[in-house]
Every structure is written in C-alpha cells, then in structure tokens.
Design a protein around this ligand. Sequence first.
Ligand SMILES: C[S@@+](CC[C@H](N)C(=O)[O-])C[C@H]1O[C@@H](n2cnc3c(N)ncnc32)[C@H](O)[C@@H]1O
Length: 272
Amino acid sequence: MTTADPSTPPDDPYLAPRAVDDLSTCAFNHTIDLPGHGTVEGAWDLRAGLDAYLGGVAVAGKRVLDFGATSGFLGFAMEARGAEVVAYDFAGEAVWEMVPYPDFERAVIAPEIRNHLHRFENAWWYAHAALDSRARRAGGSLYGVPEAVGPVDVAVLGNALTRLRDPFRALHGVLRLTRETVVVTEMLPKSLHLLRFLPRSLGLPVFLLPRSNQRIRFDAWWTIAPTTMQELLAILGFGESAVTYHRQTLLGQKRLCYTVVARRTEPTNPEL
Ligand SMILES: C[S@@+](CC[C@H](N)C(=O)[O-])C[C@H]1O[C@@H](n2cnc3c(N)ncnc32)[C@H](O)[C@@H]1O
C-alpha cells in the first residue's frame, strides 16, 4: 500500500516539478533555442512557421492548453507571447494506442514507447528550467484531460488527434474545458494533398492510415479532412471556423499541414 503525500491535494492534476539537467536523458520533438544552451535539434522545426501553425491566434493574456505537448516547444513559444500555459501529454503508465496487427509485439514496443515519452517529459523539464518558464505540466491519457486543468481560453491540438484511435473522444474531452478558441493543426500526407480542394458537398471523409500489407504505421490511425475537422468542432459547439494551409519542416523536409481555428458559438454538450 502506498501512502498519499499529504502536501499534494488529491485533485491536483499537475505533475510535480522535476530537475533535469542531463541532456542525454532528454528527447526533443521540436528544435528549440534554449538560453545558455543554444539550439537543440528536434525532428520538427516549427520556429519559422509558428504563426501559421497556431493559425495566427493571439494568445497574449490567454490561458492556453498545449495538448500533446511532448517536449514543449509550442507551449513555451506561446508563453513567450504572453500566454499562461498548461502542457498536457501522456504520463505515468499511459501509452500510445498502437495498431494491433496480428504480429505486432506490443509487449516489446510498449516499454520502448514509455521510455520515449519519459524522455520527452525530461526534455520539457530541461527546457522549462532553461527558459525560466512558469508553465505547468499535467499528464495522463490524452482521453482524460482532468477537469481541474480547465477552464482554458484556447486549446492547441497540434498533430496529436489523428494519432489516437478515437479522435472525437479526445476532442470532446478537451473542448468541454475550452472557453473561446480551438486550434487544430494536422499534417496531410502527400497522397491526400488534394483534400485541400475537396468541396464539402462531396462528403466529410476520414482516411485510415494503417495497412495490413505493410504494417509500417503502428503509431497513427487517421487522416481527417479539414472540412471533416470543422464539422467535428462544430458538433462540439465551435461553429465558426476557418482553415489555412502551410508547410512545416519535419526531418529537413517541408510537409503540408492544415490549421483549423474555431470559435465557440454554443456550449459543448457534456454527455459523450
Ligand atoms: C507529433 S507529437 C505532437 C507535438 C506537438 N503538439 C506538435 O504539434 O508538434 C504527437 C502527439 O500525439 C501523441 N500521441 C498519441 N498517440 C500517439 C501515437 N500513437 N503515436 C505518436 N504520438 C501519439 C503524442 O504523445 C504527442 O502528444
């Protein structure tokens, strides 16, 4: 039996601050400039395209949720623009939902993923100290952002939803805590670039990413057309939205992304 720490309120959703000063224990998902350390490289470099990635939303003075924060670049960048930031990502035993192909060795991969997530979290604390940040980090399953994290004015969901088996459920969990604006940015695979020209009248598609004959993608589930994303947001009470397109750098290559910015027009129904 474990004894609860009497200094931590039972409904406190935030992770206890940790001192991480060994860069070798960290994994940076984004390239980030850290005072006293210089530039630390990550797979994504969003520095030049930050405005586009955030859909041009002004965050100064807003309470913002950085959903799927990984090592934190987006949240720290929004904090630099005057936002109060809560970063949220997997923590503890929670782990990505991997595609269960018949020969997929979950027992082997899951501990590796957990280790990877832990290294992202280390990087977040490392950057947090270097930037003298006041951002807070909460964690658990992406389906279960705790009520106590909200309310937030702005929720930013960058390239996270389509990695989940049930993006609608995750979106609902976040939007019930979001007062004003949601920003959803997703990458479009090359084969689906034409989605930017898809008229709404042709339907609102979602595309499956995993393939039984390749079994390469075990960590991503869907491509959601921008129009479909707008509709999902409208169903959840964010009825005014606009889509923009931009290219961002992933491993040195430019990738087409879309961003939907949606404003709340109605309350989110709390029932799922
Ligand atoms: C590429 S990172 C996004 C980082 C940041 N929000 C951004 O916009 O660049 C993907 C996010 O989705 C989460 N995620 C959920 N399921 C995942 C999966 N199956 N594979 C990879 N990432 C997954 C990760 O924990 C992380 O928060």
